[in-house]
Design a protein around this ligand. Structure first.
Ligand code: FAD
Ligand code: NAP
Length: 304
């Protein structure tokens, strides 16, 4: 039996694992993909203290190496279920069962789909959710970016190093993104905006995306516009399906905690983006992780 099971190796999970293991607890950190979480899909991070600017994947590597320093065991696995057995918990991953005194949920969230015709059909053939992964395929091409938050506007700016033209399609006439991110996009000659507009359908030929039907929400007019690709950034959904039977989540699927990251199950903590919270950032994920890692130690001590 482990002292602590950490589910997810994004910045929140890696920090929780680091803090718990540095308190001499035995820790397993289970991840279904590459450690780093959403940081792997981020071009440049310039609001993580200590680095003027760093590429997301590079920050992931640094955090990952640091998180293993005090003996954390990293296991690959897709967690499907959590069982509260009172004094200990069981976590189910594929064909394995892990037992631990404490569980720290750090599963984060994933990009939301637009839900329009053509989106699924052309995924990977012109429709993408990751500029860092796919941007370079669009050298000298015209791109549409959908959304008005930090992700859409920041990644649109990143894409201008490849694309000839980037059009941000937003459903309102005002962006949600932070002011500094907006200002950079407004100053970028390659970026233009299609305000009050939503994508009705993504269209293409047998090979790839060729355009879209776009509706103006004020006039109701639908226009067909040509494009070579779509980058969709319309928000995030929590990755909490494995915990749906644990009554841990609110109506929208996020996990409420108190300021010690405790959930409504004793010995189960939630950290990072998966929590019900206002500011979803690397810094806040790391802050949550450190608190839960330390609290795991206090919880186990209190039982002895
Ligand atoms: P995540 O990073 O989402 O990590 C969760 C991990 O859990 C993932 O690795 C996932 O694979 C794993 N996981 C999920 N479910 C399971 C399961 N069932 N079994 C096993 N493993 C599982 N923040 C900033 O501060 N600065 C930025 O510049 C910035 N840019 C961003 C750009 C983009 C495009 C996006 C999408 C986000 C950006 N953010 C930025 C936000 C930041 O990346 C997140 O706030 C942060 O990564 C959250 O960390 P986390 O550890 O809580 O979750
Ligand atoms: P977000 O802040 O939720 O923004 C989603 C955007 O998509 C909004 O502009 C929203 O429009 C629009 N939208 C939602 N559903 C839509 C639909 N069905 N059709 C069309 N448009 C739709 O999500 P995000 O930008 O991915 O950011 C997620 C989190 O990561 C935030 O906490 C953000 O601060 C953080 N992040 C931080 C950085 C950074 O610090 N540099 C970078 C990226 C992300 P409305 O505005 O009308 O609601």
């Amino acid at each position: 039996m482990y002292d602590v099971i950490v589910i997810g190796a994004g910045p929140a999970g890696m920090t929780a694992a680091l803090y718990a293991s540095r308190s001499n607890l035995s820790v397993v950190m289970i991840e279904r993909g590459a450690p780093g979480g959403q940081m792997n899909n981020t071009a440049e991070v310039e609001n993580y203290p200590g680095f003027e600017s760093i590429l997301g994947p590079e920050l992931s590597d640094k955090m990952y190496n640091g998180s293993l320093k005090f003996g954390v065991k990293h296991e690959y696995g897709i967690i499907s279920q959590l069982k509260d057995c009172g004094e200990y918990k069981e976590v189910y991953a594929d064909d394995k069962v892990f037992q631990g005194k404490v569980v720290i949920i750090a599963t984060g969230c994933e990009h939301r789909k637009l839900g329009v015709k053509g989106e699924e059909e052309f995924a990977g053939r012109g429709v993408s959710y990751c500029a860092v992964c796919d941007g370079a395929f669009f050298r000298n091409k015209k791109l549409f970016v959908v959304g008005g938050g930090d992700s859409a506007v920041e990644e649109a700016t990143y894409l201008t190093q490849f694309a000839s033209e980037v059009v941000i399609i937003h459903r309102r006439n005002e962006l949600r993104a932070q002011k500094i991110i907006q200002d950079r996009a407004f100053a970028n000659e390659k970026i233009s905006f299609m305000w009050d507009s939503v994508v009705e359908e993504i269209i293409g030929d047998e090979m790839k995306v060729t355009g879209a039907k776009i509706r103006n929400v004020k006039t109701g007019e639908i226009q067909e516009q040509a494009t070579d690709g779509f980058f969709i950034y319309v928000g995030l959904d929590p990755l909490t399906a494995p915990f749906s039977t644990n009554s841990l989540t609110n109506e929208e699927g996020w996990i409420p905690t108190n300021e010690l990251m405790q959930t409504n199950i004793a010995g189960v903590y939630a950290v990072g983006d998966v929590r019900e919270k206002k500011l979803r950032q690397i810094t806040t994920a790391v802050g949550d992780g450190s608190i839960a890692g330390q609290e795991a130690f206090n919880f186990i001590e209190s039982k002895q």
